[in-house]
Design a protein around this ligand. Structure first.
Ligand code: NAD
Ligand code: TYD
Length: 358
């Protein structure tokens, strides 16, 4: 029985990953979810597994050395799956400091605690222990030429406080792999979408606003490109890397699905109209006139696109959920979970929205 220490499991990708893993492995694994429950962490995301015998929740900040060390001391951890981070670019532009604290210092503390728990006297590590550092393609910066892609060998060129802090964390993991032969893998994934995504990110924000008949804010000319991956495909890739990847390898994970933001917004509107029943009153206000071009994000990266060739060649992973299907699954989830959306958009979210979109 393997024990997984998952950080940030109450967030978007972490909670999808936990659902996927408990669904796949049932009682043959144990997951300890360590999360500080910031604005982005939501226990409701894990309501369905809270009484699962293979699941335990610990409320802790990854910057709290003593608490993290105690979790390692009390449990025989096999794998660390490190998701916990501040993850929203716009917030990083507004208030960068917490990004450095959580993403850089927090990662360092996770590395130190894992190293202390795992390293043997001779400096080697027991076979099977592994730290998976979940990172982003944004560390590579912004693509300019057409038909250019991010490879694992692409030099880092972060351009926002968020991506700079993630790049700093990646560099620390790389340095531990080099210096201490610390058993780890790094994954750099493109933009995810799917259930449980907080509506500060493009796709859930547009779905929510459209259903409410609110303006759909599109930054700049709307021609910025992202490579969208359905979140369960990301969870599957992380599982494969954990089980099968050689130590010290890094993997790019992407959806092979590049789209301009304006295309995404139009697809969401058309899909909503298609999926809502004819007698649903919201159909009356959902139309392309809701689209509002607003001032651009500072330092906005023009295009991200991953070449997921290495993970396909080494581990046989490819994106399975095409965007047309993934966006329908996502919208269906938001239809069925309107109470979830109401809960996360009450309170602080309104103040955030006013400030960002005034
Ligand atoms: P998220 O913002 O939805 O969730 C982050 C989680 O981390 C929350 O549950 C939050 O409570 C927790 N957290 C934050 N600070 C913490 C701290 N100091 N201690 C403990 N827990 C803390 O983020 P997400 O979108 O699920 O992203 C997860 C990871 O994947 C991040 O590392 C992110 O950089 C990376 N990533 C995200 C995407 C994407 O499209 N969302 C793409 C590639 C990589
Ligand atoms: P986002 O979901 O914040 O992810 P990231 O910035 O990490 O790629 O944004 C995706 C794209 O959508 C990005 O180019 C910024 C743009 N965007 C808008 O045009 N309007 C919005 O309200 C938001 C949140 C994002």
């Amino acid at each position: 029985m393997k024990t997984y220490l998952v950080t940030g499991g109450a967030g978007f990708i972490g909670s999808n990953y936990i659902h996927y893993m408990l669904g796949k492995y049932g009682n043959s694994i144990k997951i300890i979810n360590v999360d500080a429950l910031t604005y982005a962490g939501n226990p409701e995301n894990l309501e369905a597994v809270k009484d699962h015998p293979g699941y335990e929740f610990v409320k802790a900040d990854i910057c709290d050395k003593e608490k993290i060390a105690a979790i390692f001391a009390e449990n025989d951890i096999d794998f660390v799956i490190h998701f916990a981070a501040e993850s929203h670019v716009d917030r990083s532009i507004d208030a960068p400091e917490v990004f450095v604290r959580t993403n850089v210092l927090g990662t360092l503390i996770m590395l130190n605690c894992a190293r202390k728990a795992w390293e043997k006297e001779d400096g080697t590590y027991p076979i099977g222990k592994k730290f998976i550092h979940v990172s982003t393609d944004e560390v590579y910066g912004s693509l300019t030429g057409e038909n250019t892609f991010f490879y694992e060998t692409t030099p880092y060129d972060p351009r926002s406080p968020y991506s700079a802090s993630k790049a700093g964390a990646d560099m620390l993991v790389r340095s531990y792999m080099e210096t201490y032969k610390f058993p780890a893998n790094i994954t750099n994934c493109s933009n995810n979408y799917g259930p449980y995504q907080f509506p500060e990110k493009l796709i859930p924000l547009i779905i929510n606003n459209a259903l409410l008949g609110k303006k759909l804010p599109v930054y700049g000319d709307g021609k910025y490109v992202r490579d969208w991956l359905y979140v369960l495909d990301h969870a599957k890739a992380i599982d494969l890397v954990t089980q099968k990847a050689a130590l010290f390898e890094t993997y790019n994970i992407g959806g092979k699905n590049e789209k301009q933001n304006i295309e995404i917004v139009k697809i969401i509107l058309d899909t909503l109209l298609d999926m809502l029943p004819d007698d649903d009153s919201r159909k009356k206000h959902i139309n392309h006139d809701l689209i509002a071009f607003v001032s651009d994000r500072k330092g906005h990266d023009r295009r991200y696109a991953i070449a997921p060739d290495k993970i396909k060649a080494d581990l046989g992973w490819e994106p399975e959920t095409m965007f047309a299907e993934g966006i329908r699954l996502t919208i269906a989830w938001y239809f069925e979970n309107s109470a979830w959306m109401e809960n996360v958009t009450s309170g602080d979210y309104q103040a955030y929205y006013e400030k960002m979109y005034k």
